[in-house]
Design a protein around this ligand. Sequence first.
Ligand code: TYM
Length: 343
Amino acid sequence: MTNKTRVFSGVQPTGNLHLGNYLGAITKFVAMQREHDCLYCVVDLHAITVWQEPAELARNTREVTAAFIASGLDPKLSILFNQSQVAEHAELAWIFNCVARLGWLNRMTQFKEKAGKDKEAASVGLYAYPTLMAADILVYRATHVPVGEDQKQHLELARDIAQKFNNDFARQIEAAGHADGFFPLPEPLIQGPATRVMSLRDGSKKMSKSDPSDLSRINLADDADTIAKKIQKAKTDPEPLPSEEAGLEGRPELENLIGIFAALTNKSRADVLRDYGGKQFSDFKRALVDASVAKIGPIGDGIRRLMSDTAEIDRILKDGSDRARAIAVPIMRQVKEIAGFIR
Ligand code: TYM
């Protein structure tokens, strides 16, 4: 990755940002902001693919923004904004709806999971969700996208859409002076020991905002006592800890906690097992509580402090949206020209 490549990623404002969002995505956002041009977006248009109470949506949009800042994102270095303030996302998404094929969307596992058994009752937006996601990235011609493992399939679709657009309009794109296609094929960045953080209650299920059990996740807004209680109650097995990674086989809950600890302390899983191999779970859990409280505790405090001044959050989102729009508008103008729209 060269310096000043453009990075884009998004987080849905659907409540309860958790440790999975933090370790899988937000820590990566922070790590990239000094070296690259970064846009981080609160994707409110994606949120409404399932019903959101309007007042809750506004609150959650501000809370995700507060969580970004409390986690170390600097609104001067990175562009922080909410999706609905930049209309070009929705405009490009429509064009992508006409580029993407039904067969491609039919393969999306997230739609199948979210729509459940009653697909007929799902919104059209939930089905078209990945074309909007491709538009989010490509309306800035972003090249790199830090995400958790669960977004991999959507990123592959975004690459397919970029490629098909480049092929469909190859003549016009070349005539406009772009030798290597108009859209880059965006690369997912899915790295580190915690790209798929699992539920604390069930090692076979992803940690998720929508899990009915609050004990299944550590929320970024949890206080120290709550964090400690959730880790103490986290499901484990009776065996002591292994010294090598092969010993994690068939022990998903343990594997998850080791990955979380490694990510929180900037170590590899092998290092963690070298330190804790042979020890009892109680020793390891105590260390995990300390590491979690040290990282997440201050973020919760920061979120509460920032949420006491919502006018300041709104100002940051407005400023970020203006800067984002300044990048998106000229790109959208070229897309329209390529596609043959008269302006
Ligand atoms: P969302 O809001 O579900 O999640 C935000 C980010 O957190 C990651 N994540 C996890 N990582 C590790 N373990 C977990 N248990 C876990 N749960 C969530 C997600 O992978 C994601 O990176 N569709 C996206 C939002 C989006 C987007 C985009 C992302 C919209 N447009 C364009 C990238 C680029 C989503 O629903 O993320």
